[in-house]
Design a protein around this ligand. Structure first.
Ligand SMILES: [Zn+2]
Length: 462
């Protein structure tokens, strides 16, 4: 047992700060949830503290999941895609209806699902989750879920906030008057006092088939000093583009009966939404599978404040761009390397359990490693650590391993296929080894406390 006030040193095969060179046989010291030392040789002041050895482990900055819908975390398996993207949306809406017949039941089940998603994310070593939040929603749900995780690791080694949820409140106006209602709720939450486990709240104009230009414009007009992330599903499916361009296709059937006048008069093309989002303090586009060259160039031009969140296994679930079944081929692979080559900034997300079997962001990174030979492993690691943290303006606390930061770090159990000498000789080989299929991620404190759920156990020093 590690006491709350006890300082602990951890010696791992590798410290991988991602924003600087890996440190072999690196040591970090953590005290009261804060990193006190990072380096190769323990200073005298820490010589007498407890030392925990983690052979075959690398310590990384905490992972950042840039797109998730925690509310669907109680789904046991992804919802089948059906004949079209709107078909899948119908099934998602039917799932909601089938489970929640009364408002009270809805809130209670939603709370359980959100808590389960937070815990699942945490167990995979995710430390920051950008969540698309819809009503009912409560800051207390997040606070309680995070407190319950903290209670499992009552130790000075664990960070005060083991995982942080950054909610982005969904706004839409396809149904008349929904815009005022969703915006009022978002503002109510955004002006409430900050709760433990919550990041700065953002806004999410849902998608161009539910949110008009008016909604996106309103988000882009938020005062810049408030630092609100704006995130939107855009150019996700071919059916979406068909609807926007011609007002027909499967979306016409789904939207026709519910569409209000305000929305209809202001339906925005993808390009118009991208243009509006470029005025926001920060804007991320979820999926963006079918963005045009013009939109991509606009995103590249605004790379300081705009990015795309790619959700690899969700992309595969829907079979976007592909002509047949997996395995992926160059023609159906998400063109990640090409788009990064253009200067479009990318991050990774899990999306929800409605399109993904789990919320393990590390598995997403490994999937990208397997599918995208043109990318370096370091580029992939940055998308879930350093770059994501910098983009979200949390780089002072996340995305690197520095003294003074919270100990919200992620441990990776390495495989043994590549000899250590080879890893020492070439740091790129180490980055490749990290993203091999066999590696496993977990919150560092769970490994240190021997509580990981993935059969990885630490060796305790004297
Ligand atoms: Zn999504």
């Amino acid at each position: 047992m590690i006491a709350k006030s006890e300082a602990v040193a951890v010696l791992a095969d590798w410290l991988v700060p991602v924003d600087s060179d890996p440190v072999p046989d690196g040591v970090i010291v953590v005290e009261q949830g804060t990193i006190r030392f990072v380096g190769r040789t323990l200073p005298m002041a820490f010589q007498s503290i407890r030392l925990v050895r983690l052979p075959s482990f690398a310590i990384l900055p905490g992972l950042v999941n840039s797109h998730c819908h925690l509310e669907f975390s109680d789904l046991e398996a992804p919802i089948p895609t059906g004949e079209s993207f709107p078909d899948w949306i119908r099934s998602v809406l039917a799932f909601r209806r089938s489970k929640y017949s009364h408002p009270e039941q809805l809130a209670s089940n939603r709370q359980t699902a959100v808590a389960s998603g937070i815990r699942e994310s945490y167990q995979a070593g995710v430390r920051w989750v950008v969540d698309m939040a819809t009503e009912p929603w409560s800051a207390a749900w997040i606070e309680n879920a995070v407190a319950s995780i903290s209670a499992d690791s009552p130790s000075g080694f664990a960070p005060k906030e083991p995982v942080i949820v950054q909610p982005c409140f969904e706004l839409l106006d396809i149904i008349e008057h929904r815009f005022e209602a969703t915006l009022a709720l978002a503002k109510k939450h955004m002006t409430a006092p900050k709760s433990n486990g919550l990041g700065r709240m953002g806004l999410a104009p849902h998608a161009p088939y539910t949110a008009s230009r008016k909604v996106t414009q309103c988000c882009a007009d938020m005062p810049r000093e408030e630092h609100r992330l704006v995130t939107m599903h855009l150019a996700e499916s071919r059916e979406e583009l068909e609807w926007l361009q011609n007002r027909n296709g499967p979306f016409a059937e789904l939207l026709g009966p519910i569409m209000g006048e305000t929305y209809f008069e202001r339906i925005g093309q993808v390009t118009e939404h991208v243009e509006l989002l470029s005025k926001a303090w920060r804007a991320s586009i979820a999926h963006g599978n079918y963005l045009s060259q013009r939109d991509l160039l606009n995103l590249a031009e605004h790379a300081a404040t705009m990015g795309v969140v790619h959700c690899p296994r969700t992309h595969q679930h829907f079979g976007h761009l592909h002509q047949g079944d997996p395995p992926l081929t160059p023609t159906n692979r998400y063109p990640l390397g090409e788009r990064i080559g253009l200067g479009v900034r990318h991050f990774l997300g899990t999306d929800s359990r409605a399109s993904n079997p789990d919320l393990n962001l590390w598995t997403e990174a490994k999937r990208v490693r397997a599918d995208q030979p043109a990318l370096s492993s370091l580029q992939i690691l940055k998308m879930i650590t350093t770059d994501a943290a910098e983009f979200l303006d949390i780089g002072d606390r996340y995305g690197s391993i520095r003294v003074g930061q919270p100990s919200a770090l992620t441990a990776i159990k390495l495989g043994d296929a590549i000899p250590r000498d080879a890893l020492l000789a070439d740091r790129n080989k180490l980055y490749d080894a990290l993203l091999e299929e066999v590696t496993v991620s977990a919150p560092l404190e769970c490994v240190v406390l021997g509580k990981s759920n993935s059969n990885i156990r630490p060796t305790f020093g004297s």
